[in-house]
Write a protein that binds this ligand. Structure first.
Ligand code: F6P
Length: 511
């Protein structure tokens, strides 16, 4: 392969670059930070490292020149309008996203989307191979790039490859629906190490390997024989949980600046200094439980448990995937509901819901967190939800209360939040009321414990844990022992028998 330009010991690949080009009215372009939790989390880890980032710049067209920004070397990958439709909006966000999020909306399967997904994944792999130095570490991110690990391995046997999934990995009963499940698993197994948010996600992946593909798993490892390869090429891949976090120190410092503290007070004043300000900040995505949250809030107003101007809700809905039908429908529904709630329950000059469909600069978001008495993070399913951790990191005053869904990955670490099941509207109402009425010392105690957890497990620690796990992952094809060969044969026999028995039935056991 011809290598043009500089190469790097660390290469990160994610669907998006950390910056995207925004075209202004005069037709000129400026680079702005990309939206999304992945970029926010990784940006602080990458800052200061001499590394390359491979990703899409967020606009249609051929890749622009490589450039440097924020101390990183950026290698754009171009996507045509059709590829945006079929790889990004289609296969990534209408096929994989619903399957990986409990099928909250139905998934759509199209063979041409899959073909484009493969083509684009291959383009990413080529770009990675081009900027990776000999023996480099390649860190691939998220569900949009599941074929990339095997493709990079085929191009560059010398590099060490890790993949981290920012979203949940589905139970085998859902993953099995994907007509391309084998290719996706084999794509991932090109990596040396696979990282997930929760142990349950890693277990779901290992179960898919075992039950759908007949591979042998043991503890947190799977043994894989690449297609067409001899048993000597068999290797072991580790799949385990390393939950992502936030830049605790950075957020804490920003939240302590006089500008942010003043701005938080201004926000409260502009809302009429409510006794209780509730806040929701989410990408406008059906996984985030915004509809359920609004329903619970509306019922509390109806029950006269709360009323503006004493209590008000500020809902920030960050624009997202607006050309995908399910997202357009969600927007219509959410905005209709907000209108109805406001028509029914607002007081003169005091709306019941302040609805904002915009992106905000980081400092403004931090000021909102500091201003909010109750933060509502109630997704129906979420890999982690970094907003929950960001809120905690910003509350150096130990003020505020976090209402958190048990279906967010963050729940596994933030047990001191006010926990709810977002499907249980009555339960959400009660949890909100508990958060509002809890004595101050209880709220401070909870916040203190959560802050300790996030401070001790920040994004820097996440990155170093991940990179250590990747560095110590087995690199060579493992030498099969007699016992492991026998185990491999046993699993393959059982799998074949299962397939025979499954002509009319399911080929795997639902667990
Ligand atoms: O982790 C989920 C994810 O798809 C990230 O890749 C991204 O940061 C975020 O959600 C926003 O999504 P999108 O890039 O589709 O706007």
């Amino acid at each position: 392969m011809t290598v043009a330009g500089p190469t790097f010991d660390l290469v990160v690949a994610a669907n998006r670059l950390p910056v995207e080009r925004v075209v202004d009215a005069s037709g000129g372009g400026t680079w702005q930070r990309s939206p999304g939790g992945l970029v926010t989390a990784l940006e602080s880890v990458m800052r200061g490292r001499d590394a390359a980032w491979v990703g899409w710049a967020g606009e249609p067209g051929p890749a622009s020149e490589r450039f440097r920004a924020e101390g990183m070397y950026l290698r754009p990958v171009g996507l045509s309008p059709l590829e945006i439709q079929e790889y990004y909006e289609g296969f990534s966000n209408e096929t994989l996203w619903p399957i990986f999020h409990d099928v909250i909306v139905p998934a759509t399967f199209h063979r041409n989307w899959w073909n484009t997904y493969r083509t684009v994944n291959h383009r990413f792999a080529m770009a990675i191979a081009e900027v990776a130095a000999p023996g480099a570490t390649v860190w691939v991110h998220d569900y949009q790039l599941q074929l990339v690990p095997a493709m990079v391995r085929a191009l560059r046997a010398d590099v060490r490859i890790g993949w981290f999934n920012h979203i949940p990995f589905p139970p085998v009963a859902l993953f099995a629906q994907l007509p391309w499940r084998r290719a996706l698993v084999e794509g991932l197994l090109g990596a040396h190490f696979l990282g997930f948010q929760r142990t349950a996600d890693a277990e779901n992946f290992l179960r898919a390997c075992r039950l759908l593909l007949g591979m042998a798993t043991k503890g947190d490892t799977v043994t894989f024989t690449p297609p067409g390869d001899d048993p000597a090429a068999r290797r072991t891949i580790r799949a385990s949980a390393i939950p992502i976090s936030v830049d605790f120190k950075g957020l804490d410092a920003l939240a302590r600046t006089p500008e942010v503290i003043t701005r938080a007070a201004e926000i409260r004043a502009s809302l009429g200094n409510p006794k209780i300000l509730m806040l929701g900040v989410d990408r406008l995505d059906y996984t985030k439980g915004i509809r359920h949250r609004l329903k619970a809030y509306e019922e509390l107003l109806e029950d006269k448990e709360i009323a503006p101007p004493d209590v008000t809700l500020m809902q920030v809905a960050l624009p997202s995937r607006e050309r995908v039908r399910a997202y357009r429908l969600l927007r219509e529904e959410v905005e209709g509901t907000v209108g109805r709630i406001n028509g029914e329950y607002s007081a003169f000059c005091s709306p019941a819901v302040h609805y904002l469909h915009h992106f905000y600069p980081r400092a403004e978001m931090v000021a909102m967190f500091l201003a909010a008495d109750v933060m509502l993070v109630t997704p129906l399913r979420d890999g982690m939800n970094l907003i929950a951790k960001e809120y905690v990191a910003c509350r150096h005053d130990l003020g505020g209360a976090l209402v958190l869904s048990e279906f967010a990955g963050a729940w596994h670490e933030l047990h001191q939040a006010f926990i709810c099941n977002p499907h249980d509207i009555e339960g959400v109402k009660q949890t909100i009321m508990r958060a509002i009425t809890a004595p101050e010392d209880e709220r401070r105690r909870r916040m203190k414990a959560m802050r300790k957890r996030v401070a001790d497990h920040d994004v820097q620690r996440w990155a170093s844990r991940y990179l250590e796990a990747l560095a110590s992952a087995p690199a060579k094809p493992h030498r099969p022992t007699r016992a492991s060969e026998e185990e491999g044969r046993r699993v393959e026999r059982a799998h074949r028998a299962n397939l025979r028995a499954s002509d009319n039935a399911s080929e795997w056991t639902v667990q």
